[in-house]
Write a protein that binds this ligand. Structure first.
Ligand SMILES: *Cc1c(COP(=O)(O)O)cnc(C)c1O
Length: 376
């Protein structure tokens, strides 16, 4: 028998996570992960999943029947929305104002849809006027897709207005709410959003690997009316539906059982706090961080009205080695903040105040570490 003498159990370092996700996890959520596993067709598990679905409806502020966590990270939630709604030849308006918008364009192409790309600068919100113009110039657009909270730039777009415009022209909305869910105002039903996906590891402060999604009755109807089955077996909603319905639960795939306990607990925490109260807490922590950053002479990439409280995109001052600052924060203070991506690489830091991480002690820890590293 061969034994490996050198490799032992993995013990991760203790970090404070203040980047673009994953975010710090509440001890109650970590404890939920360690509970005993049961079968995924066990009646107790099915009951837990029913609670999970109603907790998700509360978080999304929706009555949508089809609301559940996809087994996979936010990116799988994104693909689930695209592969179900977009058929070959479908025209899809995609708003791009950061990295995640570019991924949406990719998704439309891979579904062999026709993307109509509307661009805004990285650091600016999606311009509703451009969307309105595009809808007028391209009759028969099926879907308008946009990112509500662009994590790559720290910008929030006006999902309510964008959805109103899309609705007026009879288009469905497909919305990335990975970073907004739980962290800033998101009202799926009031705003009339049709297909929305999120992630577990941002403002829900759960483990990565789950993607809550919700589909309006209109979106479900559109999926049912497809001419051809979608190219993905795993993400085909008409197949997954049976697995997620309590009444007719049959095997589809094995759910990530313990991760779902964790999501359930994270959502119980959100329900205990109140969804709107959680948005307010993120806002309050952002204000506190902003005041401190300004004292350090740092400013934000986005203009004030479009800043995400949960993802602070801060300009790197001239002459500062941004990677060295992040390295020192990590090694000397066990504090992780994010770097810029794509065209913003080297130009910004991304400081996350997400979920359990949106606390006074984290804001203060980050400000004092930054002050020390920047030599203030
Ligand atoms: C993080 C993120 C994603 C992708 O989520 P993963 O869980 O990393 O797959 C998608 N969109 C936005 C806006 C994100 O912030």
């Amino acid at each position: 028998m061969t034994k490996s003498a050198a490799i032992h159990s993995f013990e991760p370092p203790r970090r404070t996570l203040m980047g673009p996700g994953p975010s710090d996890i509440h001890p109650r959520v970590l404890a939920a992960l360690a509970r005993p596993i049961i079968g995924h067709l066990d009646p107790a598990f099915v009951e837990m999943m029913e609670e999970l679905k109603s907790l998700l409806r509360l978080a999304f502020l929706t009555q949508n029947e089809l609301t559940f966590p996809v087994s996979g990270p936010g990116s799988v939630g994104m693909e689930t929305c695209f592969v179900n709604l977009v058929e070959p030849g479908d025209k899809v308006i995609v708003c791009v104002n950061g990295l995640f918008g570019t991924r949406m364009v990719d998704n439309v192409r891979r579904c062999r849809g026709e993307p109509i790309v509307i661009e805004d600068a990285w650091g600016e919100p999606v311009d509703p006027n451009k969307v309105e113009d595009a809808l007028k110039h391209h009759p028969g657009v099926k879907v308008v897709a946009f990112v509500h909270a662009e994590t790559s730039t720290g910008v929030v777009s006006d999902a309510k207005t964008l959805a109103e415009i899309a609705k007026r022209q009879g288009a469905l909305t497909l919305v990335d709410a990975v970073t907004s869910l739980g962290g800033s105002e998101l009202r799926v039903d009031d705003w009339g959003l049709d297909a929305v996906y999120s992630g577990s590891q941002k403002c829900l402060s759960c483990v990565p690997g789950l993607s809550p999604v919700t589909f309006s009755p209109l979106a479900v109807e559109s999926v049912k009316k497809r001419k051809h089955p979608g190219q993905s077996w795993f993400m085909d909603l008409t197949l997954v539906l049976g697995y997620w319905s309590a009444g007719r639960r049959t095997y589809h795939h094995t759910a990530p059982i313990n991760a779902l306990y964790a999501l359930h607990e994270a959502l119980v925490l959100l329900a205990e706090e109140g969804v709107e109260q959680s948005w307010q807490r993120h806002r309050a922590m952002h204000e506190r961080l902003k005041a401190g950053l300004e004292r350090l002479g740092l400013d934000f990439l986005p203009a004030a009205p479009y800043r995400l409280p949960q993802l602070n995109a801060v300009r790197v001052p001239a002459g500062v080695d941004e990677a060295e600052v992040r390295r020192r924060l990590l090694t000397e203070y066990d504090l992780e903040i994010g770097a810029g991506m794509g065209q913003l690489a080297g130009k910004i830091w991304r400081i996350g105040l997400m979920g359990y991480g949106a606390r006074t002690e984290n804001v203060e820890r980050c400000l004092s570490a930054l002050a020390a590293v920047l030599g203030h």
